[in-house]
Design a binder for this molecule. Structure first.
Ligand SMILES: [Zn+2]
Length: 252
C-alpha cells in the first residue's frame, strides 16, 4: 500500500491493475483535456479503460485515485514502471502555480518512497519527472500531452521538489555548551553574539565584539540578561542554553 498523505484519497474500483508495478522510474505529467470533476467521474466508468495515480485541479486540489503499489492505466507501455499525474486543463494550457506545487509534492514523495532522482527524465529509459509524449507510440502516441508549455515548466517543478526535500536550516546558532565559553574561545559565533548585544544596546565593550570571548563579552552579556529580566545564574554573564536561545544569535 502506498498512498501520499497530502492527497485526498479517492479510490476507484475499476480501470487499474492490482500490483504489477516494477521499479518506479518516475512520475509522468499529463493534461486532462477536461476538469478534475469530469476526470474523477470518468475514471469510475468501466468504459474509460483509463486512470492515473494522481490528479490536480487548477485551484490546487490533489486527488489520489490509484495506490502506487498498483498499475494505473495512463501511458500504455509506461504503466509498469512510471507513476502518473493528470492535470486539469486543456491542450496548450500552462499549469497554474498551485498545480506545480502539488506535482512537486507528489514528486518529492516519490523521491522519498521510491528513490526517484529529482531531475527531469531524459526519456523512457531514464528516471525522474517525465511527460506523456516522451513515450512516443509505445506510450500511446499522445504527442500533445501535456503540451509544450507544460514541458517547459518541468524544470521549475523539479526545483520546487528539491526545496521541499531539503532539511530546514535553523536560522539561529545552536548553544555551543557551557564549557565553550570558559576556554576564552576565538570564534565567528562570538562575533555574531557580540553584534547582537550591540544591536540590543547592551554593549559594555572596551574591545569590541569578538572574535574572542573576554571579560567585556561577559559584562555585555550580563547587561543584556538583566535587561531581559533574567536573574541569578541566568544573569551572571555566562551564556546558558535558556539565555542563548533567547538572544537569537544568527547562524554563522
Ligand atoms: Zn496523457
Amino acid at each position: 500500500m502506498a498512498k501520499f498523505k497530502g492527497a485526498q484519497w479517492r479510490p476507484i474500483a475499476t480501470n487499474y491493475t492490482n500490483g504489477g508495478q516494477t521499479a518506479v522510474r518516475g512520475l509522468v505529467v499529463h493534461i486532462m483535456a477536461g476538469t478534475l470533476a469530469g476526470t474523477d467521474s470518468w475514471f469510475r466508468n468501466p468504459a474509460a479503460r483509463a486512470s492515473s495515480h494522481f490528479g490536480t485541479g487548477k485551484g490546487g486540489a490533489l486527488y489520489q485515485w490509484v495506490d502506487t503499489a498498483n498499475r494505473a492505466w495512463a501511458q500504455a507501455n509506461g504503466n509498469s514502471s512510471w507513476l502518473s499525474i493528470e492535470n486539469e486543463g486543456k491542450g496548450g494550457d500552462s499549469l497554474t502555480s498551485a498545480q506545480m506545487d502539488r506535482i512537486a509534492e507528489v514528486f518529492a514523495w516519490a523521491h522519498k518512497t521510491y528513490g526517484v532522482p529529482l531531475q527531469v527524465a531524459s526519456g523512457t529509459s531514464g528516471r525522474g519527472l517525465g511527460y506523456h509524449a516522451m513515450g512516443g507510440s509505445g506510450w500511446g502516441g499522445h504527442t500533445q500531452c501535456p503540451g509544450t508549455r507544460i514541458v517547459k515548466q518541468l524544470p521549475e517543478i523539479v526545483a520546487r521538489a528539491k526545496r521541499l526535500t531539503k532539511p530546514a536550516v535553523p536560522k539561529y546558532a545552536p548553544f555551543p555548551g557551557d564549557k565553550f565559553f570558559r576556554s576564552s574561545p576565538r570564534s565567528a559565533v562570538i562575533t555574531a553574539m557580540g553584534k547582537r548585544l550591540v544591536a540590543e544596546k547592551c554593549s559594555a565593550y572596551s574591545d569590541g565584539p569578538g572574535p574572542q570571548w573576554t571579560e567585556s563579552d561577559r559584562k555585555s552579556y550580563a547587561k543584556w540578561q538583566k535587561k531581559r529580566g533574567f536573574t541569578g545564574a541566568d544573569a551572571d554573564g555566562w551564556p546558558g542554553k535558556t539565555t542563548w536561545d533567547a538572544l537569537k544569535v544568527p547562524r554563522v
